[in-house]
Write a protein that binds this ligand. Structure first.
Ligand code: AGP
Length: 618
């Protein structure tokens, strides 16, 4: 899940590429590189291990002229992060230069064949094999006129390739062109006047144009300054579908916050309001999800719901499971998309499959969607990125209107996903009599005031920062929750793990006695999410069990709770709320705590090591 960017026009490409790579750096930050071309002089490649800033320092005082260029920021899959494995890669005889996001699965076999043809490789990447395959096809595989038709070279080469790719290709044979090709990994083309911007997503493009074309699988685009020629691998001409991007530059700036993650935590009152806007009608106590209109009856009468997702989206899925079973009384299962797609699952016709994904590009979730579609299930998407792959694969869906989420650790997308799942379960529950009108109206009232209750919690950030200070040096921790708060415990643990590198495990509180309790001592903080509900007394006993082993208890409790206050070491109060909506409030202190601990430990909060925002490879 690398970041790809390209420019062809009359401006200085290097500036646009560097700025674009900085916008895409959340997709991977192991190494970076650019290649610059223009009709007059040869192509120049600059690349290095490290961040885009290191690349910018590298090209300072170098020849960075050129009005055509491609740029890449890497998340290493094959070959360690170093200068040689950094992209762009040039073919052995210098005919082709390319950047790649994805994985070439049959690269080893292709490499062997190319070595037999005399090709020598400098690094360990699958991409270096691919660029040399293009050259081999161009020099040896094709004969006569064909060689001089760029799309023929690309098509013939890609026919030999298995795997996923988002590619930008430069060829010294056709110096005034950029060739783009997509299969599995996202690519967007920004349409300007006499210029084109190409990128893995729209964030580097909106500074210049809001008109974009989302490439589909097997699309090939031949792009020059004067035009764009779109076709597919079967050589069928495609009509470009130009769409407008619905977010602006401010939304992808830090807005005065130190980190995108903190900005996105504080944006949650707005992102939840935006996700409810036009859908949750407080006055007439109504929920309307237009994106589900064509499948609503099937949803209401569903025999089974299967939720597929990864990471934080999977945690939101578990909350969804509890909501659909409680409000709509529909049996619901939550599956790790990566496991679901390979375990030959039982999928019945008309099963409802809900795919949850912030980026809409997560490879395993996308594959699970395709598998479910093939099996005849009705596949619905809950995604945050308009125009991304999963929404384009599903028959219906609901966008979370959280706005661009740049911080690698997902925060506002999680609460927006839960907001959508809550509205879905409520409206299905009302329709299939799982909920009566009064219960439904009460939930509308409670959901409607969630944003202001989150604002109240955010005002307590200083107290949360002080508690974080107390545990910032630990190396392990446990998160506990019951019912709807069990997935919140999982999410809290994931946030701490991924940005502070402290090992943390989330558990259903009662599970603690079956093993994890052995870990407890005075050095282990146990974060217990314990707001008032039907199992409150049980969670109080769990806290006493931890205290009996001298564990340090940090409890998230309902405002005014005195019982737990008298037992726990630290408490963080959240406003009173219907238990089914408690995940939307109780996760906020956990997001803030992980943020403060990570910053106190000097971690790169927005770009945690080894992670990337959108996992577009398996
Ligand atoms: C969460 O903070 C992580 N970034 C990661 O677990 C993420 O939730 C997962 O990769 C799924 O991403 P998606 O929602 O874009 O599909």
């Amino acid at each position: 899940m690398c970041g790809i960017v390209g420019f062809i026009g009359n401006r200085k490409a290097s500036e646009i590429l560097i700025k674009g790579l900085k916008r895409l750096e959340y997709r991977g930050y192991d190494s970076a590189g650019i290649a610059l071309c223009d009709n007059k002089s040869s192509c120049r490649i600059y690349k290095c291990k490290g961040k885009v800033q290191d690349l910018e320092d590298l090209i300072r005082n170098k020849d960075s002229e050129g009005t055509i260029g491609i740029g890449h920021t890497r998340w290493a899959t094959h070959g360690e992060p170093n200068d040689t494995n950094a992209h762009p890669h040039m073919s052995m005889n210098g005919k082709f230069i390319l950047i790649h996001n994805g994985i070439i699965e049959n690269y080893a076999k292709l490499k062997k064949g190319l070595e037999e043809e005399g090709y020598v490789f400098k690094g360990e990447t699958d991409t270096e094999v691919l660029v040399n395959l293009f050259e081999y096809v161009y020099l040896k595989h094709l004969t006569g006129e064909e060689r001089h038709i760029p799309e023929v070279v690309v098509r013939e080469t890609l026919k030999m390739v298995e795997g996923a790719y988002g590619l930008l290709i430069l060829c010294t044979e056709y110096p005034d062109l950029i060739i783009a090709a997509r299969k599995g990994s996202p690519l967007v083309i920004g349409v300007g006047t006499g210029e084109y911007f190409i990128a893995s997503d729209a964030t580097p493009i909106i500074e210049y144009t809001n008109s974009v074309i989302y490439l589909n699988d097997d699309d090939i685009a031949i792009i020059s300054k004067t035009g764009l020629n779109l076709m597919n691998l079967k050589n069928i001409k495609q009509k470009p579908n130009i769409q407008q991007v619905d977010f602006n530059l401010d939304e992808i700036e830090k807005g005065g916050f130190d980190h995108y993650m903190l900005k996105e935590i504080y944006e949650q009152p707005r992102s939840i309001r935006d996700t409810c806007r036009g859908r949750l009608d407080f006055k007439s106590k109504y929920v309307h999800l237009g994106g589900l209109y064509n499948v609503f009856d099937e949803l209401v009468n569903a025999k089974r719901i299967i939720i597929v997702a990864c990471g934080t989206s999977w945690h939101a899925g578990i909350v969804g499971e509890y909501l659909f079973e409680e409000f709509a009384r529909i049996p619901t299962e939550v599956e790790y998309a990566s496991e679901f797609r390979y375990r030959n699952p039982i999928i019945n016709k008309n099963d409802i499959v809900i795919a949850i994904s912030q980026s809409g590009e997560t490879a395993d979730t996308l594959a699970a969607v395709k598998l479910a579609k093939k099996a005849g299930a009705i596949v619905i998407g809950i995604c945050n990125v308009v125009g991304s792959s999963i929404p384009r694969e599903t028959v219906a869906g609901v966008y979370t209107h959280a706005g661009p989420e740049i911080g690698v650790a997902s925060t506002k997308a999680f609460t927006a996903q839960i907001t959508v799942l809550t509205m879905m379960a409520m409206s299905v529950g009302l329709a299939n009599k799982g909920l009566n009108r009064e219960e439904f109206s009460q939930l509308v009232d409670e959901l409607y005031i969630i944003p202001e209750k989150i604002e109240e919690i955010l005002e307590k950030s200083e107290c949360i920062r002080e508690i974080s200070e107390k545990i910032k040096d630990v190396s392990n921790s446990i998160y506990l929750g019951r019912g709807y708060l069990y997935p919140v415990a999982l999410e809290g643990a994931l946030k701490l793990k991924e940005i502070s590198y402290i090992h943390a495990e989330g558990y259903p509180a009662a599970e603690m006695k079956h093993g994890p309790i052995a870990l407890i001592d005075e050095k282990l903080p146990v974060i217990v999410i314990a707001t008032k509900d039907n199992s409150y007394d049980k969670i109080v006993s769990n806290i006493q069990e931890v205290k009996a082993r001298k564990g340090v208890v940090i409890a998230v409790v309902t405002e005014g709770d005195t019982t737990i206050k008298s037992i726990a070491d630290y408490v963080i109060e959240v406003p009173k709320i219907d238990f089914a909506l408690a995940p939307l409030l109780t996760v906020i202190p956990l997001q803030l705590m992980s943020y403060y601990i990570a910053t106190m430990r000097g971690c790169d909060v927005d770009q945690p090591r080894n992670l990337a925002k959108s996992v577009t490879v398996e």
